[in-house]
Design a binder for this molecule. Structure first.
Ligand code: E4P
Length: 218
């Protein structure tokens, strides 16, 4: 299972990378805005900076919502660095753009996916990644994990190469349950990765080992 961090914050990306378990980064316009980055040149520069912090894939989202605009923006983003994956919204022109990029060998992440039908369309269009937003479904009392299961079954039935990127992860149990289902990737905040470390028995066990080691007189 690949671990992506869902942020545009360079310090958090570096912290996750330093842990040695990071496979990539996902961003979106809201996450970029949160970092206070404005202007096209600065935004492109920030994507380049993110690529320097991590070895793996970096999803960069287009703002355009028409086919021509998405193609123009996506080509510009993809040209920045081979790590860039063009993130496209799940709308008709997004599906068309996904097919266009797939034919050109440019990798894509189809985002804002909330149904199995949308995930099937993304796979048919040749998406590299599909991003079902499980946290946002849970937020409205709908079982987000069930969607991941449905997509897993559909993709396995037909051997689609599209990778399921469980997005909108909120906490460690989302990560664990997605791993049980067989999601290819998860993307979440740093807390959802670091939270996996925690167990009180690890802490108390280590404290006891260190206490007992005092008698070693090293
Ligand atoms: C996916 O790539 C999105 O950036 C993200 O996971 C959305 O998460 P949120 O629902 O916490 O905003």
């Amino acid at each position: 299972m690949k671990f992506f961090i869902d942020t545009a914050n360079l310090d958090q990306i570096k912290e996750a990378q330093a842990l040695g378990v990071l496979d990539g980064v996902t961003t979106n316009p809201s996450l970029m805005a949160k970092e206070g980055i404005t202007g096209k040149a600065n935004i492109l520069k920030h994507y380049e900076a993110i690529c320097e912090c991590v070895d793996g894939d970096v999803s960069a989202e287009v703002i355009a919502t028409d086919f021509e605009g998405m193609v123009k923006e996506g080509e510009e983003l993809a040209a920045l660095n081979p790590q860039i994956v063009v993130k496209l919204p799940m709308i008709a022109d997004g599906v068309k753009a996904c097919k266009y990029f797939a034919d050109k060998g440019i990798r894509t992440n189809v985002t804002l996916v909330f149904s199995a039908g949308q995930a099937l369309l993304a796979a048919k269009a040749g998406a590299t990644y599909v991003s079902p937003f499980l946290g946002r479904l849970d937020d409205i009392s709908t079982d987000g994990l069930n969607l991941i299961e449905e997509i897993r079954q559909i993709y396995d039935n037909y051997d689609f190469n599209t990778q399921i990127l469980a997005a909108s992860i909120r906490h460690t149990m989302h990560v664990i349950n997605c791993a049980k289902i067989g999601s290819d990737v998860m993307t979440g905040p740093l807390s959802s990765i670091e939270g996996l470390l925690k167990h009180p028995l690890t802490d108390s066990g280590l404290a006891k080992f260190l206490e007992d080691a005092k008698s070693f007189d090293l």
